[in-house]
Design a protein around this ligand. Sequence first.
Ligand code: AHM
Ligand code: MG
Length: 343
Amino acid sequence: MPTYSSKLTTIERHILAEQEQHPSASGDLTNLLYDIALAAKIISREVNRAGLADILGVAGNTNTSGDEVKRLDEYADKAIFRVMDHTGRLCAMASEEQEDLISIPERFATGKYVFLYDPLDGSSNIDANVSIGTIFSIHRKITYGARGTLEDALQPGHRQVAAGYVLYGPSTVMVYTTGHGVHGFTLDPTIGEFLLSHPNMKAPKQGAIYSTNEQGYWSWDPKVRAYVDWIKKDDKATRRPRSSRYIGSLVSDFHRNLLYGGIFFYPATAKNPDGKLRLLYELAPLAMIAEQAGGRAVDGRGNRILDLHPTGLHQRAPVFLGSEDDVREAEVFLRGEHPAQKT
Ligand code: AHM
Ligand code: MG
């Protein structure tokens, strides 16, 4: 006989319950998270009928990082903007798909938060029907005046007030944190509600998975190569067996590792000397989730991802992200301190 939890909790009820623990809260952040859930439902509907609606395919232009823009990327980018621009909760936005800071239209009121987002990450996978995701990050406005400036967007990740992602997979899942643990919700499309499915998520302290694009192997730093060579060696007496799992869709790779344990890394390569992934739209929000779930996120150059100070909206950084013990093990190699490197 299946067992059912007696409590059915919608994302709205859960967010509200979190707000009630902070009596001084204005409710703006709560409403902003509702807005994100609404945008997620709109994008999810479109992703799910992508083939049917004949909106797959290339839009014919490139974004600021030089990637091909798919039509669903544009759809998601616009959908988020349209949900967010008129709420009076934001002073500015920034999207991975747009070069400059996005202003709130003059006709609308502004608010105290900045919203940064990657509307549809992993979009090279869209045509193959592989899972993709939306990633978001929220900062508090730090400058004076009604309109947000670049300075409001270029804040280190440790100042995020909330972060999260939506994974469009076999189910649509939204995971978020406001700095009080990590919570996951699964969309029931028949009632249009995100229901609490993963309360208080904790990353396993170590895992058996490593996720990376090994195409970069020969241009990685030799210390990164030594680390990967070591975790792949078949010495059952001294090390845990690892499996390679790489979807090439960051939200999917991250979500799987969060549930099962493991490490994701995208180091510097010859092609991408600062790694490929973007600090503001991808790394800072996922690092906040990882740390809130008991994991770890570093750039492999001695810095915690959340302590990096961005200087540009589309700045990239190398990353080692996931279960705490696995990331710490990689760091030992990156410092050249592992016994296996000294023999
Ligand atoms: P995107 O934001 O243009 O979709 O690119 C980011 C994606 C990530 O989802 C994924 O982790 C990475 O690019 C894969 O890169 P690669 O193809 O070099 O392995
Ligand atoms: Mg992306």
